[in-house]
Ligand binder design. Structure first.
Ligand SMILES: Nc1ncnc2c1ncn2[C@@H]1O[C@H](COP(=O)(O)OP(=O)(O)O)[C@@H](O)[C@H]1O
Ligand SMILES: [Mg+2]
Length: 255
């Protein structure tokens, strides 16, 4: 049997009287890239925030690396979080810090590495992996959108996590830059043997890099399968999602 790295069982989450997740279940195997798709507002970011336990679900279970982390305290989560890399929506970097300090941040503050020379080496090797050698001294404001995403990816991978979470890593990028990010995510997850879950609106991206696709609608999974099954599918939920993304593009405000 394949080794499961993540299992969500019946996750429910409300904010005030708004029910955002309605008993959602999914699982991801070791080494797999999963794509979580769905229209804006359906709860994708809330799923990622639950997995990294930035929020605590109201009901259900989160099993990560075989541990039930659903109700762990912040202190108990420290060790778990060291094994998760996150690229947040918008790829937010610390704008007042150089690229070096951005990528070194988790080494300094999560792994508490003190050896500056070793840290320089780790950051520079990681920047090389995302094809951005030698930009350590630049500021985020000096970078293009695609470069910022690659620095965010370097920061998420530098401490060698076993699970990578990406929230809309290609949103707002031109198609060529988006495919470059896809290629890096696919290659690096293989190279460093990390499983990944990417949240995306971008069907091309999901079909290109995912082993398994989960389609969400209004707080629950309505379809799942491989990219091949997606392309062959005549499921009404898949069709409705594709139609929705197309009509958004036609209105000229593609996400
Ligand atoms: N902290 C929060 N407080 C209140 N409402 C929230 C919060 N986080 C998310 N929501 C609401 O939950 C719904 C799903 O949000 P989100 O998970 O960000 O969706 P998606 O990432 O799919 O666009 C939205 O209606 C959003 O306004
Ligand atoms: Mg979101």
């Amino acid at each position: 049997m394949e080794e499961e790295i993540l299992r969500l069982e019946g996750i429910k989450k409300s904010f005030g009287d708004k029910i955002v997740l309605k008993g959602l279940s999914l699982s991801v195997n070791k080494g797999e890239i999963a794509a979580l798709m769905g229209p804006s507002g359906c709860g994708k970011t809330t799923v990622l925030r639950s997995i990294s336990r930035l929020i605590e679900p109201d009901d259900g279970k989160i099993i990560l690396y075989g541990n039930d982390i659903t109700h762990l305290s912040e202190r108990e989560l420290i060790e778990i979080r060291k094994r998760i890399g996150i690229v947040f929506q918008g790829g937010a970097l610390f704008d007042s810090m150089t690229v070096f300090e951005n990528v070194a941040f988790p080494l300094r503050y999560c792994l508490e590495i003190k050896d500056e020379k070793r840290m320089r080496e780790m950051v520079s090797a990681m920047l090389e992996s995302v094809e951005l050698s030698g930009i350590e001294d630049l500021m985020p404001a000096d970078l293009s959108g695609g470069m910022r995403k690659r620095v965010a990816l370097a920061r998420a991978l530098v401490y060698n996590p076993s699970f990578l979470l990406l929230d809309e890593p290609t949103t707002g990028l031109d198609p060529q830059t988006a495919r470059h990010i896809d290629r890096l995510v696919a290659n690096l997850s293989r190279k460093y043997n990390v499983s990944a879950m990417t949240v995306t609106h971008d069907v091309v991206s999901a079909l290109g890099i995912a082993d398994r696709i989960f389609l969400m609608k209004e707080g629950d999974i309505v379809w799942q399968g491989t990219p091949e099954e997606w392309e062959a599918s005549n499921d009404p939920e898949v069709a409705a999602f594709l139609l929705g993304t197309k009509s958004i593009r036609q209105r000229g405000n593609a996400p």
